[in-house]
Design a protein around this ligand. Structure first.
Ligand SMILES: Nc1ncnc2c1ncn2[C@@H]1O[C@H](COP(=O)(O)OP(=O)(O)OP(=O)(O)O)[C@@H](O)[C@H]1O
Length: 246
């Protein structure tokens, strides 16, 4: 399928380019990708090929210099401040995309107890207004096979694998439509990695969550995803269906 595929894509980046101002480096050059609802899409490429830049732009953490980013029917391109009145609607729609990063401990505030941190993933959603926070957090932790009592702990009191589970609990507590995983298992040892991958598979099956799964291990990305983009030097170089997995 070419870039014209995925008419009703959940996430679509169209003609996205990004040049870092200080270095002048063109990190992304006219990139177009899409992720359908419930689809698991991989993004693979060597170090420095632009994967994290693309992830940050997809998540709205970085602004592109050119191109469009659309998630769940709402466009968020051009960067900068959104017009008043539109920002609330855009923010609400974009809460449907959550992220899991490579370094689980660094993605938590060190002085915030896990319970509060996990609830951060839900507290801005209108349907959780007035919700029983303790119960929600306990259920979210137990869903990732962590004891509910961990809500009282601080991030440094967890192992790397436990911390990544907590990050997944925080990401999925609000039942997002898309989970963006940027090298989410790269910092974990092989056994823990397998457990986290099994957990992500369960999230996909049980919640129907779509994934943009970024990694550089072909076996891991190929084993998890339905479709894979390869990126090199800031350009999409190849698109593979699951049957043509590397
Ligand atoms: N903030 C920045 N300012 C300037 N250049 C940057 C910045 N962030 C990344 N780059 C450069 O942009 C290019 C793409 O970086 P990016 O982090 O997106 O690659 P990556 O594929 O995620 O790499 P890795 O697998 O090593 O994490 C690299 O050449 C990098 O040095």
């Amino acid at each position: 399928m070419g870039p014209e595929g995925g008419g009703d894509a959940l996430l679509r980046l169209e003609g996205v380019s990004k040049r870092y101002r200080r270095s002048g480096l063109l990190a992304l050059d006219d990139v177009s990708i899409w992720v359908g609802a419930g689809e698991r899409v991989g993004l693979m490429g060597p170090s420095g090929s632009g994967k994290s830049t693309l992830a940050c732009i997809a998540a709205g953490l970085l602004s592109p210099n050119a191109g469009h980013v659309r998630f769940d029917g709402v466009e968020r391109s051009g960067g900068g401040r959104l017009p008043r009145g539109r920002s609330a609607a855009v923010r609400r729609a974009w809460l449907g995309m959550q992220m899991v990063f490579q370094d689980p401990e660094a993605s938590f505030i060190p002085t915030m107890r896990l319970g509060d941190a996990v609830f951060e993933g839900a507290r801005y959603l209108p349907r959780f207004k007035g919700a029983d926070k303790d119960r929600l957090v306990r259920e979210a932790l137990e869903a990732v096979e962590l004891p509910g009592s961990y809500a009282e702990r601080f991030p440094y009191e967890l192992s790397g694998g436990e911390c990544q589970r907590a990050a997944i609990a925080r990401a999925v507590i609000g039942r997002p439509k898309l989970l963006l995983c940027d090298e989410a298992t790269s910092a974990l040892d092989v056994t823990v990695q397998a457990k986290v991958m099994a957990l992500l598979g369960r999230v996909h099956r049980e919640l129907g969550t779509a994934f943009l799964f970024i990694g550089h291990n072909p076996a891991l990305v190929g084993g998890f995803c339905d479709r894979i983009y390869r990126i090199g030097g800031g350009r999409i170089t190849e698109e593979l269906e699951a049957c043509e997995r590397p």
